[in-house]
Unconditional design. Structure first.
Length: 492
């Protein structure tokens, strides 16, 4: 039934080697959504039951011969079909026996992919979304309140205070105990500030202590340094490599655009120093992840950072500016919706020109992601703890002043889970405007703190809603292009 020489072809992330390692998340400077990658997919059974197309499946043209499919009511992942495979998919517009597909060359593989990605389902058994349960406790360790930059969008009320080594050890001890007591199996530490590298000795000491404490407690440990990239020495880069601490560098432009929103304490440019640091980290074998914060000042420069990252094979993620008390004096940071979309489209164009092997589904959508369904935007109030330089506990790094306890007297996880705390990180179904949304279990309604700031309510959809709805389909298409470019090829 296929046109001559054109077997039916279906591609998915599993056709690219090391697929799990290629999932990049945009949560480095935020609480991650509940842990876990794209759902592990068991090889589906074709047991002869009739199959039917899942309602709501999105179909986006990738090029003249291929479409990308994504099922919002499924468990994630994109499938690309060629024209012959698309004809197989069409068979299931109405319930139909899988045998019908077997007459096509490649029909068996196509059908298994469609079934595995919830694009078709057995008649009477629609997909059920597996919302992940957290097994990883993430902690933001605010190792210093000092910073050598003065970024206008920063939410930290800076001071000269840093965490001392006693507080650092007590914090780790409290986190490890709390992780075990509350049933977590891994701990993820984010070394942050201020500028965390300004307190490098305490940071490195606390990490070595965390390695020991997690080993004794049977917890897996991972760690990332969140840095502005201005002051990372070669020695520190080598220590980060030795200790397997990942690095995230904030880079908002390649020159003036970065300097316009990331000046030094004395108002001088910082971009050149950051770019030197990035080269240094790459040379030492610690390629950093780039975190791009988008405001009205750099909205036109996002594409150039993306180009910079793609040229060096660095991963990157986008964070939209979130208003806060410290930023309120800078009235020119809030982006216009259309300007943001134009800037994002220019960046997407760069991605399309040089498709990375890694998937952008988890990193270019601000707080949204299309890797795995979830019912809350982030882990605030559940599996995310912030500890400041004095050992005080908070729910979110954007609300550091709202102390929920102290690591010396309070279980950190129980403290952030206290229902009386300020931030209400609601289920997406509790947010007006989100309940009937196609994207609800991929977006989850946006950042609770940002929505509250903009609307005075937690129970409504994100002020970025229209932007999100516009860019999610574009990310599906980019994922389709990535699959076409890299599936079945060895990295070159
Ligand atoms: S914020 Fe908008 S895009 Fe996100 S879940 Fe709610 S309605 Fe959907
Ligand atoms: S509440 Fe918002 S700022 Fe805080 S961790 Fe969640 S997404 Fe990030």
């Amino acid at each position: 039934m296929n046109p001559p020489g054109r077997p039916a072809l279906a591609l998915s992330a599993s056709d690219i080697g090391d697929a799990q390692e290629l999932l990049v998340r945009s949560c480095e400077d935020c609480a991650c959504p509940p842990s876990g990658g794209e759902s592990e997919r068991a090889e589906p059974e074709l047991d002869g039951r009739p199959l039917v197309r899942t309602p709501g499946v999105l179909e986006l043209p990738v090029d003249a011969e291929h479409v990308a499919l994504f099922s919002p009511s499924g468990n994630g992942g994109v499938v690309v079909l060629n024209t012959a495979a698309r004809a197989i998919f069409d068979l299931f517009t109405r319930a139909c026996s899988p045998d019908r597909a077997m007459g096509f060359t490649g029909g068996d593989t196509v059908l298994r992919k469609l079934l595995a990605h919830d694009i078709v389902h057995p008649l009477g058994a629609p997909p059920s979304q597996q919302l992940p349960k957290s097994h990883e406790l993430t902690a933001w360790l605010h190792v210093t309140n000092k910073c050598n930059l003065r970024c206008p969008y920063c939410y930290v009320h800076k001071s000269g205070e840093s965490m001392d080594s006693d507080t650092a050890r007590e914090s780790v001890t409290a986190l490890v105990r709390s992780a075990v007591d509350n049933g977590f199996t891994s701990l993820r530490l984010k070394y942050a500030g201020g500028e965390a590298s300004l307190n490098a000795d305490v940071l490195l000491g606390l990490h070595e202590y965390a390695v020991e404490a997690c080993t004794v407690a049977g917890l897996k440990l991972s760690a990332v340094l969140l840095s502005n990239g201005v002051a990372i020495s070669r020695r520190l880069a080598q220590e980060l490599k030795r200790l397997d601490i990942r690095v995230m560098i904030s880079l908002d432009g390649i020159g003036e655009a970065h300097d316009a929103q990331r000046p030094t304490l004395t108002g001088k440019p910082s971009a050149a120093r950051v770019l030197t640091t990035i080269d240094k980290l790459c040379a030492e074998g610690v390629p950093p992840h780039l975190s791009i914060t988008i405001t009205s000042r750099n909205v036109d420069a996002v594409a150039e950072v993306v180009r910079f990252g793609l040229d060096r094979d660095l991963t990157f993620s986008f964070n939209f500016f979130r208003d806060n008390d410290c930023a309120s004096a800078f009235t020119d940071l809030q982006y216009e919706e259309q300007a943001l979309l134009d800037g994002l489209r220019a960046a997407f164009g760069e991605i399309e020109r040089t498709l990375p092997r890694w998937s952008v589904l988890g990193s270019i959508l601000d707080r949204g992601q299309l890797l795995r369904p979830r019912s809350r935007t982030c882990g605030v109030g559940d599996d995310y703890v912030v500890i400041d330089q004095r050992g005080r506990i908070a729910q979110c790094h954007m609300e550091l002043e709202d102390a929920a306890g102290d690591i010396r007297t309070t279980d950190p996880v129980l403290a952030v889970r206290d229902p009386a705390r300020k931030i209400k990180n609601l289920l997406v179904d509790e947010k007006a405007g989100c309940r009937d949304c196609t994207w609800k279990n991929w977006c989850a309604g946006g950042c609770a703190v940002a929505t509250f700031r903009a609307t005075g309510r937690f129970d409504v959809r994100s002020p970025n809603c229209d932007i999100y709805r516009t860019i999610y389909p574009e990310a599906v298409r980019l994922e389709g292009l990535r699959l076409l470019a890299h599936a079945g090829r060895t990295p070159g």
